[in-house]
Design a binder for this molecule. Structure first.
Ligand SMILES: NC(=O)c1ccc[n+]([C@@H]2O[C@H](COP(=O)([O-])OP(=O)(O)OC[C@H]3O[C@@H](n4cnc5c(N)ncnc54)[C@H](O)[C@@H]3O)[C@@H](O)[C@H]2O)c1
Length: 374
């Protein structure tokens, strides 16, 4: 990144990640303008408006598919692109227009706006750029309550430590993953051709308070909410036993990393990093059930559906060694602490959240597990 950022545009700024980044960036920058831009498509994003206002963040209702909406924002010198339809199952029933227009077309509109203002760009990408067949082909074994790789196994871009940036990219990855990978390519083009400083963070599962967890995205919060508020849960896919594994990163730890990246322009411009909690912050759905049951004071009966949906993957753990070496960053929040943080938020805001995250929240069909994430 090239200069002090006095005006920051956060697209998707009322979403889970965007609202955290916007308020924390505003908190840490005396006198800076931070603008959260969002069309409030995601149910629950409207709840962010009060938090944004009390944090001094300006809110603009707008759509990244519309160049005119972005033009109305005026000049900015840093774009943090968090707007997306973030579900790996999106686009398969009822058409892919919204997904592609937002996740790819929206990125293109944002990049044009950034070019006009000479702004730096931080793009939130996803582990879902990696192909499904490649991830399913890993030599996984059952190890207690989870699937895992043997300690000495390794191959191109993968090892016991997780999936590194150079994991092979050939193969289908879901429409969601495809739109994010295509967006990454555009981001790099704008960086190289227009001299904009760009950073791409390919994130594994992110979680924390104010994530509006639903059936197809945000399993960690959905799982905790169902333990607290009630409602059905099922392990979906891979035999229906809940052995599939993800690593999890608290959104505050993502923010800490991003601040390091923004503070060291020469080092990170043009870079792509795999970002996530890593092995120490990985867990299976069964293990998450145990953690949530312990915190809630009672376990839950969780159903099982053996069939695996086409976009599901059994194991994704981030090998974050490259970003850690480049920044000195390490996640500070442990799994138990993340569970505690989410449960406390669910308890403190129950009246507000139960209509969205509980049984009445309209997220009842086929309560999926974490196969959809990242
Ligand atoms: N949450 C995760 O686990 C995770 C993991 C990897 C990558 N990511 C990426 O991080 C970013 C943020 O994800 P999130 O978890 O905060 O999702 P989110 O759904 O909470 O936030 C996305 C926001 O974008 C808004 N939005 C959707 N379509 C829009 C449009 N056309 N115009 C303007 N705004 C629009 C939504 O209303 C929502 O507030 C996304 O790019 C996602 O792909 C998230």
């Amino acid at each position: 990144m090239t200069r002090a950022h006095r005006t920051i545009l956060v697209t998707g700024g009322a979403g889970f990640v965007g609202s955290h980044l916007a308020t924390l960036m505003k908190r840490d920058r005396d006198g800076a303008r931070v603008i959260a831009f969002d069309n409030l498509k995601r149910r629950g994003s409207e709840l962010a408006l009060q938090r944004l206002a009390s944090g001094g963040v300006e809110f603009r209702h707008g759509d990244v598919r519309q160049a005119a909406d972005l033009a109305e924002v005026g000049a900015f010198d840093l774009l943090v692109d968090c707007s997306a339809e973030p579900s790996v199952h999106a686009g398969y029933d009822g058409g892919a227009d919204y997904l592609v227009d937002t996740n790819l077309g929206g990125t293109a509109r944002c990049l044009e706006a950034a070019r006009r203002h000479g702004a730096d760009i931080l793009f939130l990408s996803t582990s879902r750029v990696y192909p499904i067949a490649g991830l399913r082909g890993l030599p996984l074994e059952r190890a207690g309550d989870r699937l895992d790789l043997p300690p000495t196994a390794a191959g191109p871009g993968w090892s016991h430590a997780g999936i590194a940036r150079d994991f092979p990219l050939d193969g289908a990855r879901s429409l969601y993953g495809a739109t994010k990978l295509a967006s990454e390519l555009l981001v790099h083009e704008y960086g190289a051709m227009y001299g904009l400083a760009t950073v791409v963070d390919r994130c594994g599962v992110l979680t924390g308070p104010w994530q509006m967890g639903k059936v197809d995205q945000g399993f960690f919060v959905l799982w905790a909410a169902r333990h607290l508020y009630g409602g059905p849960l099922s392990y979906m896919g891979f035999g229906g036993e809940g052995l599939q594994v993800r690593d999890v990163l608290h959104v505050a730890d993502l923010h800490a990393l991003i601040e390091r990246q923004l503070a060291d322009p020469g080092r990170h411009a043009g870079c792509t990093y795999n970002v996530g909690g890593g092995r120490d912050l990985s867990l299976s759905l069964r293990e998450l059930s145990a953690l949530c049951g312990a915190r809630a004071g009672a376990g839950r009966t969780v159903g099982g559906v053996a069939d695996t949906a086409p976009a599901d993957v059994p194991w994704y753990v981030t090998d974050a060694a490259a970003v850690q070496a480049a920044t000195g960053w390490v996640p500070t929040r442990r799994l138990e602490g993340i569970v505690e943080d989410v449960f406390r938020w669910l308890t403190d805001h129950r009246k507000l959240l139960e209509p969205i995250l509980g049984m009445s929240g309209g997220h009842r069909t086929g309560e999926r597990g974490q196969e959809s994430e990242g």
